[in-house]
Each structure stands twice: as C-alpha cells, then as structure tokens.
Design a protein around this ligand. Structure first.
Ligand code: AMP
Length: 283
C-alpha cells in the first residue's frame, strides 16, 4: 500500500492505472476509520482493480464554531486498518495543497442542499461538493462509494455528478451500526459513557417511527411530535432537526408514504449525531 500526499503524484498514478486498463474505485473519508468506512472499502475492493482511500479533513465543509480543529485524527491507525482492508493507495493531501493561496472556485448544488443539514450548517454542502469534485478530478475514479449514513450528502453527490456529467458511478452503502443500534461515526469518540447510552435515542426513534407507521399512523407531524417527546427526555440531548422527507427531493412530507425517510440530527452534549432510515419497509 502506498501513501501519497502530492496531488500531482496521485493524478499521475490515476492516469497510469487508466491507460493500463485498471478500474479505479474510490472511498473518500475524513479518516479516523471505523467499521462503517471499512464496509465501503470492502465494496470498493470488489468494484475496482485499484482501490484508493482518501483521508482529508476538509476545512471548507466546517462552519465557524464547528469541530474542525478537534476532529479526531490518527493517520497511522488508519493506515494499518486500510492495509488490512486491501487499500492500494491512501491519498492524504494537505489543506494547503488543496486550497492554496488565491483559491477561488466552489461548487454549489441548489435545491436539495437547502433543507436539513443544509439549513443548520450553512455552506456545508458547498464545501462537500467542492472537495468531492476536486478529489474526483485528482483520483479519476470509475466508481466512488459513499454511506447512506450521510443521506443528504449522498443525494447531493448523485445530483452533482449527474448534472456535471462526471463519469463516475456513485454507490451508496447501508448504515453500519454498533450492536446496540448506534450508527458508527468518527464523532462517537467524543461521547462520555453516559452520553453514549443517551445517543441510542436516535436509532430507537427510527424504530418507534417505523412502529407508528406500521400501526397506521401516517401523519408526519404526529410522528415527529412523539419523537420530540422521547428525545427531549434525555438530559443531554438537544434536537437540531427531526424531519420526514421524500427520498429524492428531500422536501418535507406531511404524510408518510413508500418514499419517506426520517432524518434526525441531535446534539448529545456537544456532539452532533445524525441518523436516518426509510419508514416503510421495502418489499
Ligand atoms: P466521514 O469520514 O465521516 O466523512 O465519512 C466518509 C464516508 O463514510 C461517507 O460516505 C459516510 O457516509 C460513510 N460513513 C460514515 N459512517 C458510516 C456508517 N456508520 N456506515 C456506513 N457508512 C458510513
């Protein structure tokens, strides 16, 4: 496995792979790898001859007062896990190389970026769309694998690659969870033992919402109200949003149907956690 920091070198390796007929699969991350990331790498390994993992804590997707400085980082641990997962290249550029002085170009996806995390984290998806475009231009993947844990992010990337005719197949993978249901996240390390227990309220809320729907409750307002009551009972939980949206448009829905996704963002202490899931079981 190679560790590449230079953008030029990564681009040359990608071009070399492409002329020799190799398919490149790509998993972009911010590092501090967990089993969710490893499930994406496993899929990437199946889809390409050359598996590239990027590790880059992207400053442009963090707002003021967010956790950019504190975001957990451990490149050596990540490299060990990546090697075991069969990664061929880790691409880990510096922020200075990605955004040099006089950097001035950003990618804006309209519409689906406005609701949910787009509303509570202004500029976040502009940063995501920009860095993913740059990474695609550098790594030149045939396929790129993302998690549905970041449901809106995946929708934004699908929209962007379609709109911009980017020649990349976007693959979405299911949310990888701890045994007790907590969605894996690099940010889970911020949680104290007590907060870790309280954080279960997110996945439990999904289960409760599904039960309500299965029992015939289709009013989004009623479902959301009962989840608000449940979540607010946790002493350290503070709701950012609970919404029921159409899986494609990400517009709010008044009534649950086959396309409904419940999306939650909840602070547990200072840690912002997200989760989501369909409300009607797909047959
Ligand atoms: P991050 O390093 O958190 O930016 O995530 C990098 C990629 O891993 C994104 O496509 C995420 O959606 C995905 N990911 C993060 N957590 C999980 C999880 N628990 N299960 C599956 N994919 C995940």
């Amino acid at each position: 496995m190679d560790m590449i920091n230079s953008i030029d070198e990564m681009q040359q390796r990608a071009q070399l792979a492409s002329v020799s007929g190799q398919k490149i699969s790509f998993v972009p991350t911010m590092g501090y790898l967990h089993k969710g990331h490893l499930s994406l790498l496993e899929e990437g390994r199946k889809r390409g001859d050359l598996l590239v993992l990027s590790i880059f804590v992207n400053p442009t997707q963090f707002g003021q007062g967010e956790d950019f400085e504190d975001y957990p980082r451990d490149l050596q641990r990540d490299a060990d896990l990546a090697e075991q997962a069969g990664v061929d290249i880790i691409f880990a550029p510096t922020a200075k190389a990605m955004y040099p002085q006089h950097y001035a170009t950003y990618v804006e996806v309209e519409g689906i970026t406005e609701n949910l995390c787009g509303a509570s984290r202004p500029g976040h998806f502009r940063g995501v769309a920009t860095v993913v475009t740059k990474l695609f231009n550098i790594v030149q993947p045939d396929s790129a694998i993302f998690g549905t844990k970041d449901f809106q992010q995946l929708a934004v990337i699908r929209r962007m690659t379609a709109d911009m005719n980017m020649p990349v197949t976007i693959v979405g993978m299911p949310i990888f969870r701890e045994r007790d249901g907590l969605a894996m996240s690099s940010r889970n390390v911020y949680l104290s033992a007590d907060q870790r227990q309280q954080a279960l309220v997110l996945s439990q809320s999904l289960a409760v919402a599904r039960q309500l729907v299965a029992a015939g409750e289709l009013s989004s307002a009623t479902i959301i109200q009962s989840l608000k009551t449940k979540i607010s009972a946790q002493p350290d939980a503070h709701i950012d949003y609970i919404q029921i949206c159409h899986q494609l448009s990400l517009a709010d829905q008044e009534q649950v149907d086959i396309d409904s996704v419940l999306l939650l963002a909840v602070y547990v202490g200072q840690t912002r956690l997200i989760d989501n899931g369909y409300l009607v079981e797909k047959t």
